[in-house]
Write a protein that binds this ligand. Structure first.
Ligand SMILES: *[C@@H]1O[C@H](CO)[C@@H](O)[C@H](O)[C@H]1NC(C)=O
Ligand SMILES: *[C@@H]1O[C@H](CO)[C@@H](O)[C@H](O)[C@H]1NC(C)=O
Ligand SMILES: *[C@@H]1O[C@H](CO)[C@@H](O)[C@H](O)[C@H]1NC(C)=O
Ligand SMILES: *[C@@H]1O[C@H](CO)[C@@H](O)[C@H](O)[C@H]1NC(C)=O
Ligand SMILES: *[C@@H]1O[C@H](CO)[C@@H](O)[C@H](O)[C@H]1NC(C)=O
Ligand SMILES: *[C@@H]1O[C@H](CO)[C@@H](O)[C@H](O)[C@H]1NC(C)=O
Ligand SMILES: *[C@@H]1O[C@H](CO)[C@@H](O)[C@H](O)[C@H]1NC(C)=O
Ligand SMILES: *[C@@H]1O[C@H](CO)[C@@H](O)[C@H](O)[C@H]1NC(C)=O
Ligand SMILES: *[C@@H]1O[C@H](CO)[C@@H](O)[C@H](O)[C@H]1NC(C)=O
Length: 363
């Protein structure tokens, strides 16, 4: 069940990913574009009335192309869609998570306390020798794994594991899903910052740290399916992890500040979904647009927009649906080509019967 859920979620952004600028809608008089990205409410930029608390983004327009940033600017937004009730935002983090000399680091990049985002549906990846990584939110451990190197073999085992197309198994690198179990959900603090702790357990720590340990939070399959590990695990001058763009999915819900269905899903024709921490919305079947703003869900004109319907007869758009019927005085199945045959042959046939009947009578 859990595995199936994870498999289903491996590409939550793919299907509804494209945001057409026309579709994105924000609060009145709010800037909703940053380069070629659009920023639909509850996300927003600038003035506080332009976003739901915690959903503020910034646009760095001095960089080329402009960059849409989250939190303190360490997370860059790559994809943002609210269509079809999508509740993921795809971001990139530059490099691995920095840890201090005690092995302690933080992920969260200025995400607001009591904020909307969680990092479930990602993985913890650790590259290093005789080291353990733990990811915690407050007191709750969300993920952890350990990586061992046999004497002297450094990261060679990790390299051969990954080159064979296998996943990090604990030899030189390890990986572990970040879990948001229902039983811990209630215990999580509202703090969307996460603590990372590295602990070395080998007998010769200086040998183990000869090649630096790297810890990442990243979307599924990023590490094993890219050439990144080749660079990181090179024995000669490995690439600095700082230069690597690490993809992360953030899942969001509208939380806090009196959030409830009636003030979150403001549009008529919207559905409200109660999540683990807050609420999300989608437009009802037959409508599309932004369910988070008044009148944001617009009727889909199924008759005009291809792909919604196969109607070969007369198509009549209705609010939330459509009606497909055979043209007047024809009958049949209007959903197949040629499904509404012209009635003319029937009439002639009928006429012929009657005429021959009269001819017979007149004999
Ligand atoms: C989202 O909606 C559009 C238009 O209604 C549809 O083409 C697309 O397949 C939908 N995507 C998902 C993931 O349901
Ligand atoms: C925006 O432009 C970048 C390249 O500059 C491209 O990779 C990306 O797909 C574009 N995004 C959208 C939503 O068009
Ligand atoms: C915006 O981007 C430019 C170029 O990447 C960078 O020099 C500048 O510091 C950024 N500004 C902010 C406010 O982050
Ligand atoms: C978002 O707003 C909060 C306060 O509401 C502020 O602390 C934070 O810096 C803002 N973030 C961005 C990216 O503007
Ligand atoms: C963590 O656990 C300790 C001891 O059980 C407790 O006192 C503390 O309040 C907890 N902190 C959080 C943030 O839940
Ligand atoms: C988190 O915030 C919600 C409402 O904002 C509150 O009901 C809940 O008690 C908070 N949880 C913790 C652990 O602080
Ligand atoms: C949130 O968590 C981070 C990391 O654990 C911590 O540094 C910060 O003080 C916490 N903030 C609050 C308001 O609890
Ligand atoms: C620990 O490893 C370092 C580097 O490989 C080596 O120089 C040193 O002799 C080792 N220490 C012990 C006690 O074996
Ligand atoms: C659709 O709804 C609008 C406004 O709610 C209404 O003016 C219009 O008459 C409705 N159209 C149909 C075909 O029901």
């Amino acid at each position: 069940m859990a595995a199936a859920a994870v498999a289903m979620l491996t590409s939550p952004l793919l299907a509804g990913a494209e945001v057409s600028p026309a579709e994105a809608q924000g609060m009145p008089n709010c800037d909703i574009t940053c380069g070629n990205m659009s920023v639909p409410y509850p996300f927003g930029m600038g003035l506080a009335r332009c976003y739901w608390p915690g959903f503020n983004l910034t646009c760095n327009r001095t960089s080329n192309p402009p960059r849409l940033l989250l939190g303190d600017g360490t997370l860059q937004v790559q994809e943002l869609s609210i269509s079809n009730g999508s509740t993921f935002v795809s971001v990139t983090h530059m490099g691995d998570i920095e840890v201090d000399s005690n092995g302690e680091g933080k992920l969260g990049g200025g995400l607001m306390t009591n904020g909307p985002f969680t990092i479930s549906y990602n993985q913890l990846i650790l590259v290093g020798c005789n080291v353990q990584a733990t990811l915690k939110n407050g007191n709750v451990t969300m993920s952890g794994c350990s990586s061992v190197c046999k004497n002297g073999d450094g990261l060679a085992q990790a390299r051969s594991t990954l080159e064979a197309g296998m996943q990090c198994s604990g030899n030189g690198c390890c990986q572990s899903d970040i879990v948001f179990n229902p039983e811990v959900a209630g215990m999580l603090s509202n703090n969307t910052s996460y603590d990372v702790q590295l602990k070395w357990f080998g007998w010769n720590r200086s040998a183990d740290q000869a090649s630096p340990a790297h810890v990442f939070v990243t979307s599924y399959d990023w590490f094993s399916s890219t050439a990144i590990f080749h660079e990181l695990l090179r024995t000669d001058a490995p690439e600095s992890a700082d230069a690597i763009q690490v993809p992360i999915w953030l899942r969001w819900e509208v939380v806090g500040h009196g959030a409830e269905c009636s003030n979150v899903c403001k549009s008529k024709h919207s559905n409200c979904i109660k999540g683990k921490r807050g609420y999300t919305c989608s437009c009802k079947h037959g409508y599309q647009g932004n369910p988070y703003i008044t009148d944001g869900c617009k009727d889909i004109d199924e008759c005009k927009e291809g792909g919604y319907t196969k109607c070969y007869g007369d198509c009549i758009n209705l609010n939330g649906s459509y009606h497909c019927r055979c043209p007047p005085e024809t009958h049949g199945d209007p959903t197949i080509p040629g499904g509404c045959p012209s009635p003319v042959p029937d009439k002639q046939y009928c006429c012929n019967l009657i005429c021959s009947y009269y001819r017979d009578e007149s004999k």
